[in-house]
Write a protein that binds this ligand. Structure first.
Ligand code: UD1
Ligand code: CA
Length: 459
């Protein structure tokens, strides 16, 4: 199959410098949703027609092609003279032996299922149109059928008479066309219509005249063919998409405290009995093991959370691995390169970056752990800070098993605390601390006899 994605329109109503098809929905450009759906059909040729927005669209497409190891062609349509004119730009790329599927770059949520049904309906020799019955069809092309119910043509809103405007069945714009015929019909298009454009939709009447069967199929929901022309429509589709994702999670047995208050901008994989409270955002690939609980208002990006772990409210977790049965937060920040073992406790206002923390260790309050290797059963007191950066270079801190770090200690890296060592509260450690001993850096406590508080001088 050939796939042509139309993405040359300018998207004026988005009120944005960014080309319309590059605006994100669920964290992914609209056009990427369409390309991903197209790629699931395994097309032989895939061509994106672009126009507005300079090199931004072809750049995004070639980055995606590289990332996925696939070939995606682009063709410039300049000026934009209509949907038929847009498809003409792809003609040299289209293989006559296969049918051509036309998609719109600003219609992001068509399911692969619906596209497959459309492709099947077209077979090898029919023209198939994805249509829907819409309560308010205003502005869209109408499907005109004869008395027997056969499709005879598509008429655009601006060219339609009153009777035609009353038709509720609309053209989504998505269609499958036998390519040899498509090339011939495109060459015969005229722009003699209300908008002075070359309408792709005019090929339908040509198909009927040539005796090529025209069929239709319908998607499961109107949202599958909804286009994005404004931020309002983008926001509506975002909510629709998120609700679909939420429903899919519920179907799989995930408990969502409110399916209307979750945002998944990537892939969220959940084990059994996962509970997710309100206001959480998941980005990239996030994997939650069996029985994981995520409290309200957490952000997880590219993270793996082990079975039974409890992420309390207001945590920010990015590029991190959390061991089973761990307790995180509230208000914890796990930055890239954090790897926590089993049953690790990370409490409020603790930041961890590029560090490993082995099983049963705890940092329960107000700490910064950066570029460190922390052993098992370590207790980091409140206010523990690894001083990993001297303003030019970063250094590592090693804290071996069973260490107890007293509150408000600074570990000036590179430094190692030996197994079972204790650091007294307030220690500024600049040299290695030996295993099994108490190390403390603190001026001796002193009491000044006879000292008096100053009193206010009378004027
Ligand atoms: C088109 C259909 C209409 C259908 C509607 C569904 C035609 C003539 N009309 O309407 O029957 O109900 O879509 O939304 O086909 N584009 C280009 N180059 C152009 C013009 C458009 O690439 O020169 C792209 C746009 O970026 C967009 C898509 O084609 O992705 C549809 O264009 P748009 O102007 O939104 O649709 P209409 O022509 O109004
Ligand atoms: Ca138009």
């Amino acid at each position: 199959m050939n796939v042509v994605i139309l993405a040359a329109g300018m998207g004026k109503r988005m009120q944005s410098a960014l080309p319309k098809v590059l605006h994100p929905l669920a964290g992914k450009p609209l056009l990427r949703h369409v390309i991903d759906a197209a790629r699931s059909l395994g097309p032989k040729k895939l061509c994106v027609i672009y126009g507005h927005g300079g090199a931004a669209v072809p750049e995004m497409v070639s980055a995606l092609a590289q990332e996925t190891g696939s070939t995606i062609d682009t063709a410039l349509q300049q000026p934009q003279l209509g949907t038929g004119h847009a498809v003409m730009q792809a003609v040299p790329q289209l293989d006559d032996a296969d049918a051509t599927l036309v998609l719109y770059g600003d219609v992001p949520l068509t399911t692969v299922d619906s596209l497959r049904r459309l492709v099947d309906a077209a077979g090898t020799d029919k023209l198939a149109i994805l249509t829907v019955e819409q309560a308010n069809p205003f502005g869209l092309g109408r499907i005109v059928r004869d008395n027997a119910g056969a499709i005879v043509r598509i008429v655009e809103e601006k060219d339609a008479n009153e009777q035609e405007r009353a038709i509720k069945e609309i053209n989504s714009g998505i269609m499958v066309i036998p390519t040899r015929h498509l090339k011939k019909w495109l060459a015969a298009l005229s722009n003699n219509n209300a908008q002075g454009e070359y309408y792709l939709t005019d090929i339908v009447a040509q198909a009927v005249a040539d005796g090529v069967p025209v069929v239709s199929s319908q998607p499961s929901g109107e949202w599958e063919v909804a286009g994005v022309n404004s931020k309002v429509q983008l926001a509506e589709l975002e909510r629709r998409h998120q609700l679909n994702i939420a429903n899919a999670l519920l179907e799989k047995g995930v408990t969502l405290m409110d399916p209307a208050r979750i945002d998944v901008r990537g892939e969220l994989i959940c084990g059994r009995d996962v509970v997710i409270d309100v206001g959480c955002v998941f980005e990239g690939r996030v994997e939650l093991g069996e029985g994981v609980r995520i409290g309200p208002n957490c952000v997880l990006v590219d993270a793996t959370v082990g079975a039974g772990a409890n992420i309390k409210p207001f945590c920010h977790i990015e590029d991190a691995v959390i061991g089973a049965a761990s307790q995180i937060g509230p208000y914890a920040r796990l930055r890239p390169g954090t790897e926590l073992g089993e049953d690790v406790h990370v409490g409020n206002f603790v930041e961890i970056k590029n560090s490993t923390v082995a099983a049963h260790s705890k940092a329960n309050h107000l700490a910064y752990v950066g570029d460190a290797m922390i052993g098992s059963r370590v207790n980091l007191g409140a206010g523990t800070i690894t001083c990993n950066y001297d303003g030019a270079n970063k250094f590592r801190t090693v804290i071996e098993d069973d260490v107890f770090v007293g509150s408000d200690s600074q570990l000036v890296a590179p430094v190692t605390v030996g197994k079972g060592a204790t650091l007294g509260a307030g220690t500024t450690l600049t040299k290695d601390a030996p295993a099994g001993k108490l190390t403390i850096s603190r001026p001796k406590q002193l009491t000044i006899e006879g000292w008096k508080r100053p009193v206010k001088v009378k004027k």
